[in-house]
Design a protein around this ligand. Structure first.
Ligand code: URA
Length: 199
C-alpha cells in the first residue's frame, strides 16, 4: 500500500503497523499508530511512545497521558470525540531516549499520511520534538510556546509536553494559557458553541 495514495484511515493504520522504515520496530513491541476521532478537526502531537504506550499499543496512556486526558477535559475535549492523538514517531526508542533526526525522518511519511487524511484545522504540538519536527528544526519550546504558527492552512500551537509539566508543575500555568488560546481558536474555526468547563 502506497502511503501517498491511501484514502482509508483504517487501511493506513494497517499499512503503518507493518512499517520497517527504521530499526526502531525491531526493538519495540509494536507500532503505536495513534487514536481518537480521525474526523476530528484538532490533533495533539507528542514525541513518541513510551513504555506504557508500547505495551498497550495506544498513545499517551501512561502518567503523561493521564495528565493529557485531564488537560483535554479542562478544554472540553474528549479523546475519542473531539481530538486525534498521535506522535512524531510510532515506535518506542530503546530506554525512551529522544528519537534521532534520522528516525523522525524515516517515520515522517507515516505522520504525513495521517495528517493528509485527518486534515486538522488546529494542531497542538506537545514538546520540543513535535515542535522541531513540524515547525522548525531549531525550535525551542520555552521560547516558541504560546504563539500561533500557520503552516499549509493549519493553525499550530506549540506548548509544553505533559511529561515536562509532571517534572516541573510550575510550567502548568503557562500551559493552561496556551490551552485557553487553543479553545478560543477551536471556537472560532471549528465550533462556536464548543463547551469547556473552565474557559
Ligand atoms: N509521550 C509521548 O510523547 N507520547 C506518548 O504517546 C506517550 C508519552
Amino acid at each position: 500500500m502506497n502511503l501517498d495514495t491511501v484514502t482509508d484511515f483504517k487501511e493506513l493504520e494497517e499499512t503503518v503497523k507493518t512499517c520497517s522504515r527504521c530499526a526502531l520496530r525491531q526493538g519495540c513491541r509494536g507500532v503505536v499508530f495513534g487514536e481518537g476521532n480521525p474526523s476530528a478537526r484538532i490533533v495533539f502531537c507528542g514525541e513518541g511512545p513510551g513504555g506504557d504506550e508500547d505495551r498497550l499499543g495506544r498513545p499517551f496512556v501512561g502518567k503523561a497521558g493521564q495528565l493529557l486526558d485531564k488537560m483535554l477535559a479542562a478544554c472540553g475535549f474528549e479523546r475519542f470525540k473531539h481530538v486525534y492523538i498521535l506522535n512524531t514517531i510510532k515506535c518506542r526508542p530503546p530506554g525512551n531516549r529522544t528519537p534521532t533526526e534520522q528516525e523522525r525522518a524515516a517515520c515522517r511519511p507515516n505522520l504525513d499520511a495521517q495528517l493528509r487524511l485527518i486534515r486538522p484545522a488546529i494542531m497542538v504540538l506537545l514538546g520540543a520534538c513535535a515542535l522541531q519536527e513540524i515547525v522548525n528544526s531549531a525550535g525551542r519550546i520555552t521560547r516558541d510556546r504560546g504563539r500561533w504558527v500557520q503552516k499549509n492552512g493549519v493553525h499550530i500551537m506549540p506548548t509544553y509536553h505533559p511529561a515536562a509539566l509532571l517534572r516541573n508543575p510550575a510550567l502548568k500555568r503557562d500551559a493552561w494559557e496556551d490551552l485557553k488560546q487553543v479553545v478560543a481558536r477551536y471556537r472560532s474555526l471549528v465550533d462556536q458553541d464548543h463547551y469547556s468547563p473552565y474557559c
